[in-house]
Design a protein around this ligand. Structure first.
Ligand code: ZN
Length: 92
């Protein structure tokens, strides 16, 4: 069920996925049931990140210089790399 976004949204309402490095509203995580167990999947259908890949957005922002780098309210669908400055030569 899709809830209307009514109340004030804060950074605590967002989850960040280590797999795809994108953020989403925590309540929009996909739910599936496997062998009777409820699993949470990343909001984005092209990503197979699960609960263990989820960080709270506020933790991502607290990491390093995240507070300066990342907005309180992340853009949906935008990639927010965890270590954007640590690109080794020859890698992407
Ligand atoms: Zn993901």
């Amino acid at each position: 069920m899709i809830m209307p976004i009514a109340q004030k949204i804060t950074e605590n309402d967002f989850t960040w996925c280590l797999h795809c490095e994108r953020a989403f509203l925590t309540e929009t995580a996909r739910q599936i049931t496997v062998k009777g167990e409820e699993l949470q999947l990343c909001h984005y259908p092209d990503c197979d990140g699960t609960l263990i890949d989820f960080w709270s957005w506020s933790d991502v922002r607290k990491d390093k210089n995240g507070l300066e780098r990342y907005p309180a309210i992340p853009e949906i669908g935008k990639v927010y790399p965890l270590y954007p400055d640590q690109t080794a030569p020859g890698t992407k």
